[in-house]
Design a protein around this ligand. Structure first.
Ligand code: NDP
Length: 238
């Protein structure tokens, strides 16, 4: 990797939640940070290009713009994600397709586009934001957990394809992190999660950002195809 600080970093969905904290952490470290985002306000110092991870053309156009301003992307974080929770029996094709298209195919589109520049640079870091439910499962989350489990196979295949070119691909699997996504869960479900978390608290967005920042660092050069849980122990053994 190059000297840390000053790298071209792209995080999808940096307008809020975990993506915002990740972007802020790279900005604080002196990197050139960009995001592909749909709406909202961005943190100070982040270059925003409007796009939708469900749309290949908008991803390609956004990367072209980011590359023009910051140079080829060396660190890409596929963070954008959605839930459409519903019991299996009642889950519509649309609920399933939207979640897979955003969380799994969206990460694929972003990683594919980023890989072009990384291969030329002969270095790069791909970080995919999965979830504890990829391994643990979650009632009402057949679509979401399938999409997040798919990211593990994706990172490992990228590792096998591009590991020899100085590129790593890893997965971060957050547990219950206090954001809009989890605040939308029923109180009863939130309390059940809390009781199951050995750390005795929900995670903060910075807990996840710290792990992502480490995986993008020189210190993590020999870590690839790994799944790093950031879940206070919730998913141990899974
Ligand atoms: P939020 O719901 O707070 O934020 C989701 C982000 O993804 C928003 O910036 C949203 O943009 C963006 N996004 C969604 N769909 C698209 C799209 N089609 N194109 C571009 N951007 C999109 O969620 P969190 O911050 O909590 O989650 C971030 C990631 O972490 C997700 O992948 C989530 O699955 C994962 N995660 C979260 C956990 C938690 O406990 N919170 C636990 C495990 C994993 P917009 O504001 O425009 O909607």
């Amino acid at each position: 990797m190059s000297e840390q600080g000053g790298r071209s970093v792209l995080v999808t969905g940096a307008n809020r939640g975990i993506g915002r904290a990740i972007a802020e952490r790279f900005v604080a470290a002196g990197d050139k940070v960009a995001t592909i985002y749909r709406s909202g306000e961005l943190p100070e110092g982040v270059l925003g290009v409007v796009g939708d991870v469900r749309d290949t053309a908008s991803i390609d156009a956004a990367f072209t713009e980011v590359e023009a301003q910051h140079g080829p992307v060396e660190v890409v974080v596929a963070n954008a994600g959605v839930t459409r929770d519903q019991l299996l029996m009642r889950m519509s094709d649309e609920d399933f397709d939207t979640v897979l298209d955003t969380n799994l195919a969206g990460a694929f589109r972003v990683a594919r586009r980023a890989s072009k520049g990384m291969i030329r640079l002969r270095r790069g870091r791909v970080v995919l934001i999965s979830s504890v439910v990829a391994m643990y499962g979650g009632p009402g989350q057949v679509n979401y957990s399938a999409s997040k489990a798919g990211l593990i196979g994706m990172a490992r295949s990228i590792t096998r394809e591009l590991g020899g070119r100085g590129i790593t691909a890893n997965v971060v699997a957050p547990g219950f992190i206090d954001t809009a996504m989890t605040q939308a869960l029923p109180e009863k479900q939130q309390q059940a999660y809390l009781a199951a978390i050995p750390a005795g608290r929900f995670g903060a967005v910075d807990d996840v950002a710290a792990a992502v920042h480490f995986l993008a660092s020189d210190a993590a050069a020999y870590i690839s195809g790994a799944v790093i849980p950031v879940d206070g122990g919730l998913g141990m053994g899974h």
